[in-house]
Design a binder for this molecule. Structure first.
Ligand SMILES: C[S@@+](CC[C@H](N)C(=O)[O-])C[C@H]1O[C@@H](n2cnc3c(N)ncnc32)[C@H](O)[C@@H]1O
Length: 249
């Protein structure tokens, strides 16, 4: 099993504080909120800073799992954070001795699993925690779009507003390995007022829909619907996202 929990992008409190600034377009948020409407319990694997977990915890039991203490700390401290049960653990190995009506991974968490073995372990965790009538959902970016091509430090440079630090300059530089389908990317941030700079590299794996379908078919799960976007469009070969929704086989 590969070691993912050391990824400084999420582990370092200095970097975790930038996560919510760079991820403000929550289309997955709306879809998952609607999917959870009939769920009495939700397991959010790789919950990060917990914005979705906290929103879903209004009126239902929600457990948020993430290996990064710095991300969980942001979640715990947000308004409503006390309504979520936060568990510091790895989605590949966590066993909670409890089943849920909805198990979800949003924000492309599934892509942090860098090998088929890791993906298989994550699928087993989903299956172990699903109620007989429960549903799972997760997202993975479609490698066919090759969205990393042409992106570099210079053309990805943009500005963000941090509530305490003021204007931040942010950039992202990817390198794709065709042999492993692993994208290594470096995220950089610079506080304009002080010149203070932070950067860290992270890795994610791109999996084709065909490979993902085969992995799920080999697990204890079955897919009922494949979406191609969080707006709810069906999957097609050039779709932006690969989003399986399913249940126990
Ligand atoms: C891009 S963030 C997504 C967070 C959140 N789900 C969202 O939608 O904003 C990826 C998250 O995956 C977490 N992560 C990394 N390795 C993990 C693992 N093995 N198990 C569970 N989560 C993991 C990271 O700590 C980080 O919080």
């Amino acid at each position: 099993m590969t070691d993912l929990t050391e990824d400084p992008l999420y582990r370092d409190p200095d970097l975790a504080q930038f996560y919510d600034l760079t991820n403000q377009w929550w289309v997955d948020f709306d879809y998952c909120t609607s999917l959870a409407s009939n769920a009495a319990s939700v397991l959010d694997l790789g919950c990060g800073t917990g914005e979705l977990a906290v929103a879903l915890a209004q009126g239902r039991r929600v457990i948020g799992v993430d290996p990064a203490a710095a991300m969980l700390e942001v979640g715990r401290n947000r308004p409503g954070g006390d309504k979520v049960t936060w568990v510091q653990a790895d989605a590949r190995t966590v066993r909670l001795d409890e089943r849920f009506d909805l198990v979800l991974l949003t924000g492309h968490v599934f892509q942090v699993f860098l090998t088929q073995e890791d993906q298989k372990a994550a699928l087993a965790t989903i299956a172990t925690h699903l109620n007989p009538n429960g549903r799972f959902i997760f997202d993975s970016r479609n490698p066919r779009l090759r969205t990393w091509e042409g992106r570099n430090r210079h053309n990805s440079l943009h500005q963000l507003e941090h509530p305490q630090l003021g204007t931040i300059e942010a950039w992202n530089e990817p390198t794709y390995d065709e042999a492993t389908n692993i994208l290594t990317y470096e995220n950089g941030y610079r506080v304009l007022a002080t010149g203070q700079a932070f950067s860290a590299s992270a890795q994610i794996r791109y999996t084709s829909q065909e490979e993902l379908a085969a992995s799920i078919a080999a697990s204890e799960l079955v897919v009922e619907t494949w979406l191609g976007s969080w707006e709810g469009d069906p999957f097609y070969p050039e779709a932006k996202e690969i989003i399986p929704i399913g249940r126990l086989a």
